[in-house]
Design a protein around this ligand. Structure first.
Ligand code: CS2
Ligand code: MG
Length: 402
């Protein structure tokens, strides 16, 4: 079965997405998400100029060989752009293979290990009452796990607080906005927020919080220790993860579970974190970590060290990626939780899919392949519209980690 066409479809139904579509000589097609928030066109160019021409004529069944061909053949290895491009090809080939086998993708990955994929929703607000209302809404919808984020008094903006209670898209149209940050104000306030949520709703649901790379290791250690009393499911991205050994300092001080990895793009980004058991969950995603083929390698390494999967699933990962994550998550043994930020209705129209939410879980469809399609005519009506993630600055103007 030969690849006869490889094209990248860029669209912007509420936000920008890049999608690779492969077509074989037997007429089967496969989709792969190639979206890299704020740098979408870099991946598009990488695919269009340096990958798609190499795919024409290749055997679509040779997934592992194609992965190695694109990874080793580039010479310049790793990085978010390269690995998102490889991920798109890999995901599309798995989609095609499952379709040619006439089975949903998860069956090719070893079949079900569980009935459904437990997810967490995103509760946020500008103050504690708003956050509490948002948490209550998610629990009322049957979510078993809720991430809690809140605006910080005295700061003009905060990570994770959407314009409305449910939908959160951090990338803004046009050039990057600048947001202010104060670790001191954050550290004083966020324990009060999380404590208030536990006081109101108790401990019978999983509560998560995302620090979003903003603290130093000792600040993160201080926070994680203070938060032991609220029993988080995980504290996410407490520090930036380039310095993997930096997590040792956090780990020494606390039993709060740690998650990181949504910005990772290869197993080498997380090898030390996993092998030293410095984390409890790895957040690597299908779209940014070389696709299903490479994510399975990370999962198998993680399993040896009691680390569970908690794949990234924000709205800037398209329904194609989310579908792949659900097929992966329902099958992989060391599954932990799946992030679920529902896409907009318009996005779901552009990407019709068979996965569904019920009772705090996501379920893949039973259609052959990923169970996602792309309505190209509708997609064409929403062309790319430049949008960037914010830049963060401390109160004294120093650039910080957003
Ligand atoms: C966040 C994301 O979902 C998360 O855990 O870290 O919202 C992240 O900020 C975006 O995916 C960046 O594009
Ligand atoms: Mg995050």
């Amino acid at each position: 079965m030969k690849i006869v066409d490889a094209k990248v479809i860029v669209c912007s139904p509420d936000r920008n997405f890049a999608t690779l579509k492969l077509t074989t000589d037997s007429g089967l097609t496969g989709l792969g998400d190639a979206t890299l928030n704020g740098r979408e066109l870099a991946v598009v160019a990488y695919l269009q100029e340096h990958v798609c021409p190499l795919l024409i004529g290749r055997d679509a069944h040779r997934i592992e060989d194609t992965w190695q061909y694109l990874y080793k053949g580039a010479y310049w290895r790793r990085g978010p752009v390269t690995m998102s491009a490889i991920a798109a090809v890999d995901t599309a080939l798995w989609d095609i293979k499952a379709k040619s086998a006439d089975m949903p993708l998860y069956q090719l990955l070893g079949g079900r290990s569980r009935e459904g994929v437990m997810v967490y929703g995103h509760a946020s607000g500008n103050d504690i009452p708003q956050v509490s209302d948002a948490v209550g809404a998610y629990l009322g919808e049957g979510y078993l796990a809720v991430r809690v984020q809140c605006a910080i008094p005295g700061l003009g903006s905060a990570y994770g607080v959407g314009k409305d209670a449910k939908f959160y898209e951090p990338a803004g149209r046009g050039l990057p906005l600048e947001s202010e940050w104060s670790s001191e104000r954050y550290l004083r306030f966020i324990p009060e927020v999380l404590g208030a949520v536990r006081s109101k709703f108790g401990f019978d649901f999983h509560m998560l919080h995302d620090v979003h790379h903003r603290l130093t290791p000792i600040e993160a250690a201080h926070l994680a220790k203070r938060l032991e009393e609220v029993e988080l499911f995980w504290l996410e991205d407490p520090v930036v993860a380039e310095l993997q050994e930096g997590f040792r300092l956090v780990r020494q001080h606390t039993t709060t579970p740690i998650a990181t990895g949504e910005v990772f793009n290869s197993i080498w980004d997380c090898q030390q974190l996993i092998q030293e058991q410095l984390i409890d969950f790895i957040r690597a995603s299908v779209v940014h970590t070389g696709g299903i083929t490479h994510l399975r390698r990370i999962a198998q390494l993680a399993e040896l060290y009691h680390v569970r999967m908690g794949c990234h699933g924000a709205t800037d990962l398209s329904p194609v990626c989310l579908a792949a994550a659900i097929h992966f998550g329902i099958s992989v043994h060391n599954f932990g939780i799946q992030e679920y930020m529902p896409h907009s209705e318009l996005t779901d129209e552009v990407f019709p899919h068979t996965y569904r939410f019920a009772g705090g879980h996501l379920y893949p469809g039973e259609d052959p392949g990923l169970g996602v399609d792309l309505d190209e005519d509708l997609a064409d009506r929403y062309p790319y519209d430049p949008a960037y993630l914010p830049i963060s600055r401390k109160l004294d103007g120093t650039v910080h980690n957003w």
